[in-house]
Design a protein around this ligand. Structure first.
Ligand code: GAR
Length: 213
């Protein structure tokens, strides 16, 4: 059984999708903890309702990123997490922690990376006039939003889309994409070859999900 820790900062809808898929599909895995850097994260209540242990490591309780990262690392160690899934975790982790976790650390980002790293991805996609947008699950490396890409979900940008209509379409795609990709990791099927990632048992085309809606 793989032990999964999920890190959140807010709503936790991706977290909920991961917890649900793990149970429903009977992954050989368990979500052992949901950790939040914010006391008031709505996802904490959702996690508890699913019977998952939650903990807050409040960024505000530490006077430096290093001490915050060290505290977070200690909790991840405590739970003996084999996989650490960032799911709407809105803090940049320091290089030491990223290096320490290595390929156990993955993230979901709401754009087709390397387009639109950072914040406000949907607004920026609309401003750029792209016709296709989406989400990316990737390994986390020291370079923000630049780690090897495990899987991507593509959605069309519709005429008349607003930031919120586009965000909703991408979020629905995220809820399919993240469980798919995390399951591959749980099953030890993911290989990193430089900047490229392959998944045993499927072809590269299956690492791209088209989300029609
Ligand atoms: C998701 O869209 C996720 O991709 C994004 O935050 C949202 C969290 O929603 N993550 C980032 O922007 C990371 N830089 P959720 O809390 O409902 O899963």
């Amino acid at each position: 059984m793989k032990r999964i820790a999920i890190l959140i900062s807010g709503r936790g809808s991706n977290m909920a999708a991961l917890i649900a898929a793990c149970e429903r599909e009977r992954w050989p895995a368990e979500v052992v903890a949901v950790l939040s850097d914010r006391e008031g994260a709505a996802g904490l209540e959702r996690a508890r309702a699913s019977g998952v242990t939650t903990e807050v490591v409040a960024r505000s309780a530490f006077d430096s990123r290093e001490s915050f990262d060290a505290a977070l690392a200690a909790r991840i160690d405590h739970y003996r997490a084999d996989l650490v899934a960032l799911a709407g975790f809105m803090r940049v982790l320091g290089d030491d922690l990223v290096e320490r976790l290595g390929p156990r650390l993955v993230n979901i980002h709401p754009s087709l990376l390397p387009a639109f790293p950072g914040l406000h991805t949907h607004r920026r996609a609309l401003e750029a006039g792209v016709r296709v947008h989406g989400a990316t699950v990737h390994f986390v490396t020291a370079q923000l939003d630049r780690g090897p890409i495990i899987a991507q979900a593509a959605v069309a940008v519709h005429a008349g889309d607003t930031e919120s209509s586009l965000a909703a379409r991408v979020l629905a795609a995220e809820h399919r994409l993240y469980p798919l990709a995390l399951r591959w990791l749980v099953e030890d099927r993911v290989r990193i070859d430089g900047t490229r990632v392959s998944v045993q048992g499927i072809g590269p085309a299956d690492q791209l999900l088209w989300h029609h809606r």
